[in-house]
Design a protein around this ligand. Sequence first.
Ligand SMILES: NC(=O)c1ccc[n+]([C@@H]2O[C@H](COP(=O)([O-])OP(=O)(O)OC[C@H]3O[C@@H](n4cnc5c(N)ncnc54)[C@H](OP(=O)(O)O)[C@@H]3O)[C@@H](O)[C@H]2O)c1
Length: 287
Amino acid sequence: MSIILVTGASGRTGRRVISQLIARRQRIRAFVRRPEAAQELLAMGVNDCFLGNLERDDDLRSALRDVSGVLHICPPMHPDEDKIAAAMIALCEAQGVERFVLYSVLHPLADVPHHRRKLAAEHALINSSLAYTILQPCRYMQHLNAIWPQVRDAGRHAMPFSSTARFSLVDLHDLAEATARVLVEPGHDYATYQLAGPARLSMEDCASTLTDLLGREVTAIARSDEEFRRDAQAAGMPATRIETMSVMNAHYTAHGLSGNANALRWLLGREPTTFAAFVKRELMGEA
Ligand SMILES: NC(=O)c1ccc[n+]([C@@H]2O[C@H](COP(=O)([O-])OP(=O)(O)OC[C@H]3O[C@@H](n4cnc5c(N)ncnc54)[C@H](OP(=O)(O)O)[C@@H]3O)[C@@H](O)[C@H]2O)c1
């Protein structure tokens, strides 16, 4: 039976996609860099784990042995994302991998460093001999999870960009399901799918929905770039990532991030999850 290599396997996206793939009885090799993560993924049901570093070509080569398909989920904002993708794609060609699914981002053309590196990865892929699918997800609804205690307990919905900028926020659960379907079901070769949520929502829109759901006033607060930098430095975020996120936040303030939900709706065969349904399911523990 064929085996699928999943990179970024122990991350937020990787774990949810792997759950969906296991539910579909797929054989999975998880690329992980920490032994503890390997134990967790084996307990979830992956068939084997390759312990390595995506920055090392020898590790990529070994991880790809006997693999039929790849889901490449690069670590977010990795400074060498384009180089890692190019190396993986060349090795997949050399080793006869049949399918390559690239987890990219909505609007890789945007003037944001990590979007441009994903654009370079897409470029390498469409110029390869591989049967590929490119997935372009919008911003996750799950960004709310990290600030949930302040939202619930203090009524503060604070993020470091304009409170009126709109995003086609998408549920990671829907993305994981769509990604698994693209990997497992036939008919997705050479497609590029924009994966956006069902509504264009600003922080103010989200705060209004949260006010209704929680029965308390929730206020949208645009944090300044200075506040963002101060807190990110205090949390030990690498300087290059702070710079990338600062550019991204400025881009969000100017343009938001909007897409169309039709491809996701078609892939899921149902309506994509709304923001209210996501909050109830994932943060309020309602079915
Ligand atoms: N968040 C969004 O709204 C959004 C929207 C569109 C696209 N995306 C894309 O989604 C992708 C996944 O994001 P995520 O939030 O799921 O990531 P994440 O939770 O930060 O997970 C990153 C994963 O990469 C692994 N990793 C990091 N450096 C590595 C290395 N050198 N070698 C091997 N593995 C390494 C991490 O391993 P450890 O467990 O050891 O740390 C972890 O499994 C990113 O490419 C991001 O750009 C995100």
